[in-house]
Design a protein around this ligand. Structure first.
Ligand code: ZN
Ligand code: MN
Length: 503
């Protein structure tokens, strides 16, 4: 391809889209399982080894190599299916999905076709205090591909690269692909529903402990299908599929963007090309990928080298007993335990912070303090750097440590913000940052008393007002003392000292 003169796509105002069209959503999420070994061989399935060191004849697709199904991966697939209220197949097979890709050594992906392990489920998603039932069409087992690395060129993408290298370590890592039925009737909430679905699905995967579930590391990858139909027509329009969107926030933005882009094309009398799209995090737009018709022929056929998977009902029942608490029940229970209002709970869930607050509380933090830090300081910083708060790099345990320092009187809320700055800058633990930055509050009564005396001497008029009973005037003196102490004093104690002297 020559240098691209990519033209910005025309967009229609979001409200105008809704006046003329009904959006339909569909989400396909790939979950990389955290099994010790790969889907069909004994190679380690861990992240980040030297390229091509975790491979064998089977996952390299060498002639004569025979695959064997990973029992643990089947177990995880069944548990995910059950948690999504799916039926579990009594008998199902793997199938070969044939296509060429340089990072796919066998030239086919071992997947499942018309016989998925789990099907016909649902998940209830909370969006702005409303429950939306998302129907799950299927959850099937398959294997991941390897990774291409494009060398040279500015973007790391294939265009403009000098050459490409392939790392097959990831080839054969177990994946579960979870596919929704079309989500219709969402209207203006379509972008939020997409985000909430992926966020709650991630919470569920985390609770099941079947994946690391890090979107930024590609353990959980969302493909977002979107189409528009004329308002009230009740049909489904032509869809586009935006691939590998890698944060909750981006899922929401990609849906919104595609709605606005589709509407502009349809308004102009054009038609939507059924294709895959790439999401660009930096510019917030999608660009054309490859054309993809429903008739794409992958020449699927049952995998002849693997026996069918026929999980016994006893095993399925046993696995049902290992499921975590139903997420909706759990939310209700924890809201009561934490004493959150409906609005506080909604904001927590909506911000993708529910699991983080839960873990922070488990680490010993008061629930309201946990909510406050995640939804104010940390949400703001995540927003500024364009990442999900879960990917900010501050752990729930660390947030609990910061709050413990506040409660011990070592720092106050204002100083805690500087501790968060230090944490994001990688300056060490909260205690180390307090020490290194000299943030500890002055608790020496002599020093505090001297600062109070100085403030009184510097502000005789204010002091007189307080002596005359105007206690509200104390704020000015407290402010002067806090300034003198560079914020490193307990304002409550300063107030006591002021009133003691003038009361
Ligand atoms: Zn292998
Ligand atoms: Mn797939």
């Amino acid at each position: 391809m020559a240098t691209s003169t990519r033209q910005a796509d025309a967009l229609v105002d979001f409200d105008a889209v809704l006046a003329s069209y009904d959006p339909a959503l569909g989400l396909e999420v790939h979950v990389e399982l955290n099994t010790n070994t790969k889907m069909f061989c004994g190679c380690p399935a861990v992240f980040g080894g030297e390229p091509n060191t975790q491979v064998c004849p089977t996952c390299l697709g060498l002639p004569g190599a025979m695959p064997v199904v990973n029992r643990k991966a089947v177990e995880s697939a069944i548990r995910i299916g059950l948690a999504l209220n799916c039926d579990i197949a009594e008998w199902c097979r793997f199938a070969r999905k044939n296509y060429f890709y340089p990072d796919m050594p066998k030239n086919f992906q071992t997947s499942q076709y018309d016989e998925p392990i789990a099907f016909d489920g649902w998940m209830d998603v909370e969006v702005g205090g409303e429950t939306v039932r998302v129907e799950i069409e299927r959850a099937h087992m398959e294997e991941d591909t390897g990774k291409s690395l494009h060398v040279g060129g500015a973007t790391g993408r294939i265009h403009g690269a000098d050459y490409s290298l392939v790392d097959y370590n990831r080839a054969g890592i177990p994946l579960i692909e979870i596919v929704t039925r079309p989500i219709v009737g969402a209207g203006a909430k379509a972008p939020e529903i997409a985000r909430a679905y992926v966020a709650q699905l991630r919470d569920l995967i985390v609770a099941l402990a079947v994946s690391e579930a890090r979107m930024d590391q590609g353990n959980l990858r969302a493909d977002v299908n979107l189409s528009l139909a004329p308002k009230g027509s009740g049909v489904l329009g032509t869809r586009t599929e935006t691939k590998n969107v890698n944060s909750f926030r981006s899922v929401e933005r990609a849906v919104r963007y595609e709605m606005q882009r589709h509407a502009a094309i349809l308004d102009g009398g054009g038609s939507i090309l059924q294709e895959t799209r790439h999401w660009h995090e930096d510019t917030g737009v999608t660009t054309s990928g490859r054309e993809k018709s429903d008739a794409d022929d992958y020449r699927y056929f049952p995998e002849p080298d693997l026996v069918p998977v026929a999980p016994s009902r006893d095993w399925v029942d046993e696995l049902r007993g290992t499921l975590p608490e139903n997420p909706t029940v759990k939310r209700t229970r924890l809201q009561a335990e934490w004493g959150f209002t409906d609005l506080e709970m909604r904001d927590t869930v909506g911000a993708g912070a529910f699991g983080l607050v839960e873990e922070t509380v488990a680490a010993g933090c008061a629930p309201q303090a946990a909510r406050k830090w995640w939804l104010t300081e940390l949400a703001r910083r995540a927003n500024e750097s364009g990442v999900d708060i879960a990917d900010l790099g501050v752990s729930p345990a660390t947030v609990a440590e910061v709050q413990a320092l506040v409660e011990a009187g070592t720092i106050n809320d204002k100083l805690a913000r500087q501790v968060f700055d230090g944490l994001l800058a990688g300056e060490g633990t909260p205690a180390e940052i307090v020490a290194a930055r000299g943030l500890e509050m002055v608790s020496d009564e002599g020093a505090l008393g001297a600062a109070v005396d100085k403030a009184i001497a510097d502000n005789p008029d204010v002091a007189q007002k307080i002596r005359d009973g105007k206690v509200a005037a104390a704020g000015a003196l407290i402010g002067a003392v806090m300034k003198e102490m560079r914020g490193q004093a307990d304002a409550g104690r300063v107030r006591e000292l002021v009133l003691e002297r003038l009361g």
